[in-house]
Design a protein. Structure first.
Length: 336
């Protein structure tokens, strides 16, 4: 017998690697000393006095199911990069490099290339290099046509420039950065509400959304690297990535004892997809704000005197931001 008889095609794997090499090459940075193909990638740290590496790892959860339903695989990689780099920029780090893990029951190179095409686009948006990864063909582990994704990002920041949240105090302002939609968390509830409870399809046109359900659900996660770079030089007190756990779980992660956040619900326009989900699932407000980003993908804490400058810089960088609340006395909570 041969390995191929068990369901693993080494030739297809080699073909896939050759197909994605040109894509990865478009993301290279000067710090990268070698490209895809070796056992390990080499990165040289330059121009830092006291460099601190900041790492993050994540996946895209059951949003993958939407990609499978639509047979559309060229944007889910953007989500993968976003979920990792958005976690590390909250420390003030600049993303340096990214690695991916792509696992499937039977490798189809053309599908894999579409996935990597999205990953490279995400890396270009984040300014980091795709320096390697792992492709695993695992017969019997996945349903036909399905795969799983995970990613790992590393960034770098000067030790004295790390954003820690330690300086946050009462009357500081919460600036919310607009999300592109649901991003990449809460999709188990999304699928339960729309597909199981209401028997909808990704091909259904929804008037309130102005497009098909699938197109809205597969909208890629926003990458906030350039937005945070635009704020460099301002006294950023803290940054929270609004991902799994929504407002209620993520904002307190950057708080010290004795403070809370007061969020004003009417201070930004909640995207229609969240209103639609809440209506179709009869979901309580608290559950919505604990599960979804509700239109705010990143929250930046600033002193009042820095807020207008931040808003102006973000607008110049192509971002939309809102004053969504303030810091008050409390016990590391969020009041909405």
């Amino acid at each position: 017998m041969k390995y191929k008889d068990s369901g693993v095609n080494i030739d297809e794997g080699n073909k896939f690697i050759e197909m994605i090499k040109p894509l990865a090459k478009t993301t290279m940075r000067e710090e990268v000393l070698n490209g895809i193909g070796g056992f390990g990638a080499l990165i040289e740290i330059k121009n830092y006095k006291k460099p601190v590496l900041v790492s993050g790892t994540d996946g895209v959860g059951t949003k993958l199911k939407i990609a499978f339903m639509m047979n559309k695989h060229d944007t889910i990689g953007i989500d993968l990069v976003a979920m990792c780099v958005n976690d590390i920029v909250v420390s003030g780090a600049e993303p340096l490099f990214f690695l991916d893990y792509f696992a499937t029951g039977k490798l189809i190179s053309e599908v894999g290339v579409e996935v990597v095409r999205g990953i490279t686009e995400g890396c270009r948006q984040a300014g980091c290099a795709l320096i390697g990864g792992e492709t695993a063909e695992l017969p019997g582990m996945y349903n036909d046509g399905e795969y799983d994704l995970a990613g790992f990002a590393v960034g770098i920041v000067e030790k004295d420039a790390i954003i820690t949240g330690e300086g946050i105090k009462e009357e500081d302002v919460l600036l919310g950065l607009k999300s592109s939609g649901i991003h990449s968390n809460g999709y188990s509830l999304v699928r339960k509400v729309l597909f199981d409870k209401n028997k909808m399809s990704v091909d259904d046109y929804v008037a309130e959304l102005g497009t098909t359900l699938g197109d809205v659900l597969l909208t890629p996660t926003r990458i906030y690297v350039n937005s945070i770079k635009a704020l460099k030089g301002l006294n950023i007190k803290g940054i929270a990535h609004i991902t799994g756990g929504g407002f209620l779980e993520n904002i307190p992660r950057i708080f010290k004892e004795g403070i809370s956040a007061k969020i004003k619900k009417d201070s930004w326009e909640i995207p229609e997809i969240f209103k639609f989900l809440q209506k179709m699932g009869d979901i309580e407000d608290t559950e919505m704000y604990r599960t979804f980003n509700m239109g705010i993908g990143m929250v930046v804490v600033l002193a009042p005197e820095d807020v207008q400058e931040a808003i102006d810089r973000l607008k110049e960088a192509g971002d939309t931001s809102y004053i969504i609340g303030e810091i008050t006395k409390g016990n590391k909570g969020v009041i909405i």
